[in-house]
Design a protein around this ligand. Structure first.
Ligand code: KG4
Ligand code: ZN
Length: 340
């Protein structure tokens, strides 16, 4: 059977990315232009700047993705794009560009949900991975425990009530004096610190055993730093980072374990930027080792935002939804269990 090549575009936050993916499993090229250095000076993503940079970068990034894949636009079968969720101005750049490209070249247009894409990053790295499985999605904007019933069928078992895991990492990192995005700096500092030195509140949501709440934990870290600074006391930042990381990862893995035991899933998958965290990865390995469950982790190169993961998910979307209409619009928020 002839293979299917998808050109995928991702612009939901501060990375302009394009990739060519074959049959949802093979990366022919993956180009990422990150704006992180520019946003860092403001301590976070400035949406207006992100949109402008996407507009400037999208043409060269797509051209480079085609060139690296060694194929022309004519050799592409379908055009995929992240259409939700994300920063609306940023998403619109990708969606409108993809629409124009698909319309001008007469190719079908496949909209992809960004979080479905993060989950699909695992299909690129693990040829044997197939739904059903239970997935912990932890990114800058989302923390979900998701039942992946099939490639395009999702059911949310647990979610955050306030901050996402990545948001908690980034806000605490900022309070500790690390640059944006701070998750990776906490990860590095934590490796040098004592995870039991600071007692931090364990987040819990009454009556919702699989839901998360990280704002209290974040406030506790910020208050601890503030109080110490007012009293002129030194804080052992490495140990605070280690204590924070231990608390949040313990909570994520504890809820995931309960959800897996309750639902009977024995295949566990992680996805999203925070799945790069070394503390989280080793906790997941220990939990799955204890229960003899199969664990799939995305490689570090596919944890963060990229377009290859969008191309992977798009392959499975187009088997069910062959093409979107030209009235496709971007959406800042959209539940993972709804289609376009
Ligand atoms: O999935 P992602 O690239 O973007 C969104 O869709 O939100 O996730 C970005 C998040 C940021 O909050 C970043 O700090 C976090 O992933 N992150 C990490 C690590 N690497 C990235 N958090 C903890 N430890 C890491 N090693
Ligand atoms: Zn993402």
């Amino acid at each position: 059977m002839k293979s299917l090549r998808i050109l995928a575009i991702e612009s939901s936050c501060d990375e302009t990315a394009a990739a060519v993916v074959e049959d949802g499993r093979k990366i022919l090229s993956s180009v990422i232009n990150s704006q992180v250095a520019e946003h860092r000076q403001y301590g976070g993503v400035v949406p207006e700047i992100a949109s402008r940079r996407h507009t400037e970068n999208i043409v060269p990034v797509v051209e480079e993705a085609l060139e690296q894949a060694g194929c022309s636009l004519e050799e592409i079968d379908k055009v995929a794009v992240t259409a939700a969720p994300g920063l609306i101005g940023a998403l619109l750049v990708g969606v409108n560009y993809a629409k124009g490209l698909a319309m001008a070249s007469g190719k079908p247009l496949i909209p992809v949900h960004h979080i479905r894409g993060h989950i699909a990053a695992n299909y690129l790295a693990h040829p044997d991975l197939k739904p059903p499985f239970l997935c912990l999605v932890v990114s800058g904007g989302h923390s979900h425990i998701v039942e992946v019933k099939d490639y395009t069928q999702f059911h949310i078992i647990g979610k955050t009530r306030d901050d996402a895991a990545g948001e908690a990492f980034d806000k605490c990192a900022r309070a500790m004096g690390f640059p944006y995005p701070g998750g990776i700096y906490i990860d590095k500092a934590a490796q040098k610190g004592d995870p039991k030195k600071y007692r931090l509140p364990t987040p819990r949501v009454e009556g919702a055993p699989y839901d998360f709440s990280f704002s209290g934990l974040k406030t506790a870290v910020i208050n601890l730093l503030h109080n110490a600074s007012q009293k002129g006391e030194a804080v052992d930042v490495d140990s605070l980072a280690a204590s924070f990381q231990r608390t949040i990862c313990e909570n994520l893995v504890d809820h995931l374990e309960k959800a897996a035991l309750e639902s009977g899933y024995q295949v566990i998958v992680a996805a999203g930027g925070v799945s790069a965290n070394s503390g989280l990865r080793s906790r997941l390995e220990k939990m799955c080792g204890r229960h003899k469950w199969k664990l799939y982790l995305p490689p570090l190169s596919l944890c963060g935002d990229n377009a290859a993961m969008i191309g992977a998910q798009a392959y499975y979307e187009q088997l069910v939804y062959p093409s979107a209409g030209w009235d496709l619009n971007a959406a800042a928020s959209k539940p993972i269990d709804t289609s376009f």
